[in-house]
Design a protein around this ligand. Structure first.
Ligand code: G3P
Ligand code: CA
Length: 257
């Protein structure tokens, strides 16, 4: 029999606002993070990259073109240049003037208020980014236990391993795109040797794979839910968290206590 704590753990699905509540406000901006907080999401997911002068900044694409009024690579611009950009108007006029936030600004504004799922985005472009992230957390005494609600993940699994060695007490996750559809038990065992989370593209999951991942001891937080039906399917499959642009889709599920 499952213990009570196991049952309640299975029924409590962690609600992760992807790039903030990015269905409602421009992704990776303070506006999107505040919206996620107002909507009572459990975590915000953020994409961390590095400016030319070595500052940690939050933006998804490696180029500025889609989500700001700038152009070119993020890493070719200094923080001062990045801070002059408008990261809100592309979404709607209402958000004109939103800035690209720094990692440290978000830690200072949201630590203790909402969990932060930190994605190291394309870390191979930014040598030393793992140390910078680790230092920002250590300076704030946030490199300790799980109750800080900080998790670090990446599609770059070498970067996840580096992060784990720098921050042994912070839980880490491996992101897994469609190419991991046929992931073997051996590969899952290897992930489980250092990671706590296996966070896949939701489309690779079926009941059998969910069971195999759980049996190996990893939690599963799939991405990216943009429709209610997708959330419902994942909730039925018994995932542990859901990464979504629309936190409202993860509430009010009959299985959620
Ligand atoms: O948190 C996982 C998800 O964000 C990964 O995909 O492209 O939205 O960063 P992407
Ligand atoms: Ca991301």
């Amino acid at each position: 029999f499952a213990s009570n704590s196991e049952i309640s753990k299975r029924n409590k699905v962690v609600n992760v606002a992807h790039r903030g509540a990015s269905g409602h406000a421009p992704e990776n901006t303070m506006a999107a993070f505040h919206e996620a907080f107002k909507m009572k999401a459990d975590y915000i997911e953020i994409d961390v990259q590095m400016s030319k002068d070595g500052e940690l900044v939050l933006i998804h694409d490696t180029t500025l073109d889609r989500t700001t009024n700038g152009t070119g690579y993020v890493g070719d611009h200094t923080l001062e240049e990045l801070k002059q950009l408008d990261a809100g108007s592309w979404f709607s006029d209402e958000f004109a003037g939103e800035k690209i936030p720094t990692f440290e600004e978000v830690l200072d504004a949201f630590r203790g208020k909402i969990g932060i799922l930190v994605e190291l985005k394309s870390p191979e472009l930014y040598p030393g980014i793992e140390e910078k992230v680790a230092n920002a957390l250590k300076e704030r005494n946030m490199d300790k236990p799980r109750n800080n609600k900080i998790i670090i993940q990446s599609f770059n699994h070498d970067s996840v391993l580096t992060t784990k060695s720098l921050l042994p007490r912070i839980p880490v996750g491996v992101l897994a795109g469609m190419s991991w559809k046929d992931v073997t038990d051996q590969e899952l065992e290897e992930f489980a040797s250092y990671a706590d989370y296996f966070n896949p593209n939701m489309n690779i999951l079926d009941a059998e794979l969910v069971d195999r991942i759980h049996d190996i001891g990893l939690d599963i937080w799939p991405y990216t839910v943009r429709e209610k039906e997708q959330a419902d399917r994942l909730l039925k499959l018994g995932v542990d968290g859901i990464i979504t642009d629309f936190p409202e889709y993860v509430y009010d599920h009959p299985g959620r206590h």
